[in-house]
Design a protein around this ligand. Structure first.
Ligand code: RFL
Length: 392
């Protein structure tokens, strides 16, 4: 076999939150794997995304003996739901296990890179291109790719697609195998990063002018989100307008303009692909499903997928029992639909309760009633807390 043709147990495509977590769990279990990533390491180190590792994810890292090395950030104890400037603080912490953490995705990914590559000597290959996956019935999969040194081939037992929505893994599956279920909400969020910390609690601001949120992204930074039209562009949102809208939607007139970075638009949509596996190829994270960011579940669902997969691989490879691995889709999908439902609930409630232009005054009143119930009904509050912690 030439040096350009190697063997390993598992090839993981994508070195994001799910790919790096899976590789770290496998490495810790003594299962060889190779991660192939199209970007370079520096790009991945600075990519800003999610802000919370929910309690379920914290407990998962504890179970794998990695929480101390991988997690940081303060406990996510509260969140403020503000309606036309009037705030109510919801207590997230509430059950008896470890709480959720404001550990940013960037912090988690940097800690994973350090642990996997620098401490464990894991095999992550950056800057790869032209990945193709051969996944024939009854044969070991073959993954070929190119890099600066030419063409390479890896023969393996299993391939895991952790390469998100625009990757190559899902598109390597023949037409007709997967079914795509989706829902479009009909509006977008303008996302901006600012050098100003969240003071007090993270804020979800429901207002007659549309939704706004301020969420922590480290001790000195926060991410603001502003509901906007799907057709809006950066020209529609100069910095002055962004700050005026933030003041009006949060009801905080004392906020001063600081510099805005990283301005982009996120169309709000939910997507599920079923099943999440085809022969020896498994899909995890955004490659298999998307949620609107309102419920803060995207990264957390990705972490749950690879937890289930890693346990399946350990049973299959170390103990020769593939039962759990072959049930991957069946194990993940009911849980995924629960958090899709929560993400739809959050998105509809936060947007409908504010501006009635999209869905009318009737939906506005029912959404406000749902929001009120979180504070008036202990049962509704308990369920909401369970969803936020990921412990439903
Ligand atoms: P990732 O983290 O995007 O990693 C995918 C990796 O695959 C690489 N890749 C390829 N590699 C090789 N060949 C190819 N052809 C490839 N194509 C792609 C990419 O370079 C990348 O390194 O996906 P993963 O692992 O599935 O993790 C999913 C999460 O990243 C995602 O769900 C979250 O970021 C979603 N999300 C949030 N999730 C939360 O849990 N809480 C939040 O508060 C939250 N906020 C957010 C978010 C996502 C956002 N955006 C813009 C997507 C806020 C935003 C703004």
């Amino acid at each position: 076999m030439s040096s350009n043709h190697e063997k390993t147990n598992i090839v993981i495509i994508g070195a994001g939150a799910s790919g790096l977590t899976l590789a770290t769990f496998l490495h810790k279990s003594g299962i060889p794997c190779v991660v192939l990533e199209k970007r370079n390491r520096s790009y991945i180190e600075v990519r800003q995304r999610a802000g919370v590792v929910e309690a379920r994810g914290v407990r998962m890292f504890e179970r794998w003996g990695l929480a101390d090395k991988l997690l940081g950030g303060p406990v996510a104890a509260t969140i403020e739901y503000r309606l036309n400037g009037v705030g109510r603080v919801f207590e997230i912490a509430g059950d008896h296990g470890s709480p959720s953490r404001f550990c940013t995705q960037q912090m988690l990914v940097n800690n994973l890179l350090r642990e996997l590559i620098d401490s464990m000597g894991g095999d992550v290959r950056f800057d790869v291109d032209s990945i193709t996956i051969q996944n024939e019935e009854g044969q070991r999969p073959n993954v070929s790719y190119t890099d600066a040194n030419g063409a390479h081939e890896l023969t393996c037992d299993y391939v895991v697609g952790c390469d998100a929505d625009h990757g190559v893994s899902r598109t390597s599956i023949p037409d007709g195998v997967l079914t795509r279920y989706s829902h479009e909400f009909g509006y977008a969020w303008l996302a901006v990063l600012v050098e100003a910390p969240v003071k007090g609690h993270p804020i979800m601001a429901v207002s007659d002018r549309g939704f706004a949120a301020q969420l922590p992204r480290g001790p000195q930074r926060s991410r603001y989100y502003l509901q906007c039209a799907l057709s809006d562009t950066a020209e529609d949102w100069p910095d002055e307008r962004i700050w005026n809208e933030i003041r009006l939607r949060t009801g905080d007139q004392a906020l001063v303009n600081v510099q805005v970075h990283d301005k982009f638009f996120v169309p709000l949509r939910s997507v599920v692909y079923e099943p999440m596996q085809y022969r020896n190829l498994f899909l995890a994270g955004d490659a298999a499903h998307l949620v609107p960011p309102t419920g803060a579940k995207g990264m957390n669902l990705a972490l749950h997928d690879v937890d289930v997969l890693a346990q399946g691989f350990v049973r299959a490879i170390a103990e020769g029992d593939t039962t759990e691995l072959l049930r991957y889709s069946e194990t993940c999908l009911p849980d995924l639909w629960k958090y899709q439902e929560f993400s739809v609930w959050m998105t509809d409630t936060m947007h409908d309760a504010g501006n009635a232009r999209q869905h009318g005054v009737f939906r506005q009143r029912t959404a406000r009633a749902r929001l009120d119930a979180l504070f008036s009904s202990p049962a509704a509050g308990q369920l909401h807390g369970d969803y936020l912690r990921g412990t439903v």
